[in-house]
Each structure stands twice: as structure tokens, then as C-alpha cells.
Design a protein around this ligand. Structure first.
Ligand code: BG6
Length: 517
């Protein structure tokens, strides 16, 4: 007997997260006077506290050059309230702020580390943190090797025997950029590995902390239907867009030495690419996941300069407001050659992906903020449905799966449907999953998950030395080719647009175009 069609609203049943509480520990943030600490790290730690995921015996020590002893904790409290959307009257806030300490020192001054060691000993006594340390290097990259070396010299990089008979643990998180090309990344890896064992090193890329990024693996490997078509037989091409509408936000000196390729493509975009293309790992253990990622990066063919496009924004309009061009930004050279936009075409030479083009674009001051991965499928081999004139019946578009990493997080599957009526007209329609509708809004900024994982010693969502070097090996030849050939037409896109027209040509020569986002 036919049953009545039944439509179930897609409201997810969210099971509570398993409680994972790390050992007592101190988080020591180098470069704590910077924006990242106040806007992201402290709000993230506080969200963990709210969720009862931090140990009771816990402290945070900010380390920077300026003498901020009297104002640091109060300033972090402001950051937690503003950046973390926390109410001032939240009962956990005051006790948490009481665990925030500050230590002023120069990162290149050996004596400062002896002082820090003493301070950490006192903190262990006061807060019961048992000698466990998570160092977080959030300074400018030029200080990374000094800090690591001095920590080693002053005996702070190795676990030791704790009074309770256990071994302490010591780990270090290192912020991006990890090196500025292949050679410097290798040199930094060598230096860090002399002081810390690879298991102690957590190279952070905050994209891996994003729910939507982790969900790529769940979408592919926890569902039976998608993986079967996730290959060259069914997929026409893949697009990855990481578009930002913001400019460089006062970070002129940093951005002048970085550019879009180093700032976003070598790390965030390459991570997205690896999640979309890797083989299923044998387990979700750190080493198994990392091994599959590295295999994919190594299978990418050298990217020919002709398959790259660089851009720099000129003045324009963003969100209805006029904005200045890159060369007019504070502390940017008036004839700067730095790219604020990069687009690439690449291919992965393995059995799953051979012949499938991947198009990547990332940039600042684009038309809107959107990070999205679009997988476009091949058309059916025979188009049965023809219009009266023998042409297409309406609008037969290829199927796509689009993963919205941010904002408006979710996944859409597009397919063709018959338009109701006498004819056989076809129109594209969407099946849509929205995080907000299914799970409610999440305040997580990516750092919560990664800080917690580092405290727990779980490196699955962190970059390994091999991975960092594999991605730099892909990007470095492009950087070299670009450096050898200065651009004459910068700025070549107006702020608030979708980037240089040459990036459209990258797809058009192959009869494709960027999906409209
Ligand atoms: C950072 C880059 O790593 O990522 C910034 O240095 C960029 O330039 C930022 O704006 C983007 O992160 P998100 O989470 O806002 O997409």
C-alpha cells in the first residue's frame, strides 16, 4: 500500500558534547598585548570555562614587552565581554579574570626567561597548576626562534617530575605564518625541533577549528552516498573561494611582507583543499589524518605561473561606503607590488582526481565576505529533456554541492526539477542545510576547539612539519615567479568588486565561470 509522503523538518538532535577536561595547566601567551589575545584567545578560553571544559586549577599569563601589569587583566575582561559576547554579570567572569596574570619582558632577553620561570613556579603554587605548560607564540614571526631557543636554554621546554609523582607536560602552539617560503619554514622547523619534540608542537591554523571545516570530513566520511561520486568520474571541477570584504585593518607592515598567497592561500585555503580531496584516513588519529593530507598536497602538480592571477585593490565602495585603495593604506608603499588577491588553477595527479581542475581565489576588499567550496558535477551523458526548438528544456544546470564555510554556514545541493505545468520545463532547485536552523547559532570562533585540543594533547587539527613544508613547496615557486616579474597594472581591481578580470579568464578559457556568490 502506498504510504503518504511524509516530510520531517530537519531539526537536529544535538547530543551533549562528551566532557573532556584537560589536566591543571598554565597557558602562557607570548605577544599578549596584540589584538589576537584580546579579541580571540581570551574570549575562546572564557567560552571553554563557561562550558566547564577548563580544569579548576588553571591560569593564563600574558607575556609582552610593555609594562601592562596593572591593566592587563581588566583589558582582557573587556575583550571577553566585547569579543566573546559575554555579560558583565556572568558569575564565572570575576573568578576567571582573577586567574589572568601578566609578565613583562623582552623576547630576546635571556634574563627575562629566568624571571618568567620563577613567575610560573609561583603561579603553580598559587593556582595548583602542577607544572603543566602550554606556551602560545602569538608574536610577530621574527621572534619565534628566539622564544623557542630561550625556553630551551632555561629548561622550560621539557617535561619534568611533578611533586605528585607524575610527569608534567609542556606544549607550544605556534601561530601562522610559519615561515615565509619553503626555505625559511624548513629552517624554523629545524630550530623548533631542536628544542621541542614534534609531539609537543602545535602549529595552529584557526580554519581547522571551524565547525564547517571539520564538517567537510563528516560530510564525506560519515555518509554513504557522497563518497561514491567524489572523484574524477563524476566531478567536473571544484572552486574554493575565500573572499573578504575587509581591507588590511591597519596591518600594513605585516601585509606588505605577506600578501594574499602567504596570508591565506598557503595555509587556510590549502587546508580546505586537503579536506575536500584527501583519501579516507584509516582512523581519526592525528598521524593518520595528517598523512592523508600530505599525500594530497604532494600529488599537486607544480603550478604554472600562467595558471595564476594576482591582484591589488584600488579605491572603491564597500557596503555602500567609499574606501581607499591598498597603496593608500597606512604604512603601505605607494607603489607596493604586494598582492591583495590571488587566484590559481591546479590539478591533483592521483587516481581520484587526475584531470579535474581546482580553481582557487582569495582576496581582500572583495564584494562580500564569503568562504565557500563548490563541487560541480558533470552533466548527465544524454540530455533527454529538450525544449520545443530542440534546445535545452528550460534551465538544465549541472548539479553542485556547495559548502558554505562562512558566513551563513551550511551546505546546498542543487539539482534540476520539473517546473509544474504541461510542458517539460526544468529549473534548478536547492536542498539546503543551515547550521543556524538545525543547531542554533554557535559563538565558537575556531580557537576554542584548538586551544582545548592542545591542552588535551590532541594534534589532529594542527599542522605537522611535513604538511607545512609540502604547502610551502607548492607556493614558493609562484612567489618567486611573481617577484621576478613586477606587475605594471596594479591596482587592477576596485575595492568592492570580485577581483581582476584576468581571474575570470582563468576559467573562461576552459568554458567555465566562477559561481556567483
Ligand atoms: C588570518 C589572516 O589568518 O585569517 C587575515 O591573517 C584574515 O588576513 C583572517 O583576515 C581570516 O580569518 P576568518 O576566520 O575571519 O576567515
Amino acid at each position: 500500500m502506498p504510504t503518504e509522503p511524509h516530510i520531517t523538518p530537519a531539526v537536529a538532535h544535538v547530543s551533549p558534547q562528551p566532557e573532556r577536561t584537560p589536566d591543571p595547566c598554565v597557558v602562557i601567551i607570548f605577544g599578549a598585548s596584540g589584538d589576537l589575545t584580546k579579541r580571540k584567545l581570551l574570549p575562546a578560553l572564557y567560552h571553554l570555562e563557561q562550558a566547564n571544559l577548563l580544569p579548576k586549577e588553571f591560569a593564563v599569563v600574558g607575556v609582552a614587552r610593555r609594562p601592562l601589569e596593572d591593566s592587563f587583566a581588566a583589558d582582557m575582561k573587556e575583550g571577553i565581554i566585547a569579543g566573546g559576547g559575554v555579560d558583565e554579570s556572568d558569575p564565572k567572569l570575576k573568578p576567571f579574570v582573577g586567574k589572568i596574570q601578566y609578565h613583562a619582558m623582552n623576547f630576546d632577553d635571556s634574563a627575562g626567561y629566568e624571571g618568567l620561570k620563577k613567575t610560573l613556579g609561583q603561579i603553580d603554587e598559587k593556582f595548583g597548576t602542577c607544572g603543566n605548560r602550554l606556551f602560545y607564540l602569538a608574536t610577530a614571526p621574527e621572534y619565534f626562534s628566539d622564544i623557542v631557543n630561550f625556553l630551551g636554554e632555561h629548561g622550560m621546554s621539557k617535561p619534568c617530575d611533578a611533586p605528585n609523582g607524575k610527569k608534567t607536560w609542556v606544549r607550544t602552539i605556534i601561530e601562522k605564518p610559519f615561515g615565509h617560503d619553503l626555505e625559511s619554514a624548513k629552517a624554523l622547523n629545524d630550530e623548533v625541533n631542536k628544542v621541542f619534540h614534534e609531539d609537543q608542537i602545535f602549529r595552529i591554523d584557526h580554519y581547522l577549528g571551524k565547525e564547517t571545516v571539520q564538517n567537510i570530513l563528516v560530510f564525506r566520511f560519515a555518509n554513504g552516498i557522497f563518497e561514491n561520486v567524489w572523484n574524477r568520474n563524476y566531478i567536473d571541477h571544484v572552486e574554493i573561494t575565500a573572499a573578504e570584504s575587509i581591507g588590511i585593518e591597519g596591518r600594513g607592515p605585516f601585509y606588505e611582507t605577506a600578501g594574499a598567497l602567504r596570508d591565506v592561500v598557503q595555509n587556510h585555503v590549502m587546508e580546505l583543499l586537503s579536506f575536500v580531496t584527501m583519501e579516507p584516513p584509516v582512523s581519526f588519529e592525528a598521524s593518520a589524518v595528517r598523512a592523508e593530507k600530505v599525500k594530497v598536497w604532494r600529488a599537486i602538480q607544480p603550478i604554472h605561473p600562467a595558471d595564476t592571477v594576482r591582484g591589488q585593490y584600488g579605491p572603491g565602495t564597500v557596503d555602500g561606503k567609499p574606501v581607499i585603495g591598498y597603496r593608500q593604506e597606512d604604512r603601505v608603499h605607494p607603489r607596493s607590488q604586494t598582492e591583495t588577491y590571488a587566484a590559481l588553477r591546479l590539478e591533483i595527479e592521483n587516481w581520484r582526481w587526475a584531470g579535474v581542475p581546482f580553481y582557487i581565489r582569495a582576496g581582500k576588499r572583495l564584494a562580500k565576505r564569503v568562504t565557500e567550496i563548490t563541487v560541480q558535477f558533470k552533466q548527465p551523458p544524454l540530455l533527454l529533456f529538450k525544449g520545443k526548438d530542440g534546445g535545452k528544456a528550460g534551465n538544465v544546470e549541472p548539479n553542485i554541492i556547495s559548502m558554505r564555510i562562512q558566513p551563513d554556514e551550511g551546505i546546498t545541493l542543487r539539482f534540476g526539477a520539473k517546473v509544474p505545468g504541461q510542458g517539460m520545463n526544468i529549473s534548478p532547485v536547492n536542498m539546503d542545510f543551515s547550521y543556524a536552523e538545525s543547531f542554533g547559532k554557535s559563538s565558537a570562533n575556531g580557537y576554542e576547539r584548538l586551544l582545548l585540543d592542545a591542552m588535551l594533547g590532541d594534534a589532529t587539527l594542527f599542522a605537522h612539519r611535513d604538511g607545512v613544508e609540502a604547502t610551502w613547496a607548492l607556493i614558493t615557486p609562484i612567489l618567486k615567479a611573481w617577484a621576478e616579474k613586477p606587475v605594471k597594472d596594479f591596482p587592477n581591481y576596485a575595492a568592492g568588486t570580485w577581483g581582476p578580470t584576468a581571474a575570470d579568464a582563468l576559467l573562461e578559457v576552459e568554458g567555465r565561470k566562477w559561481r556567483k556568490l
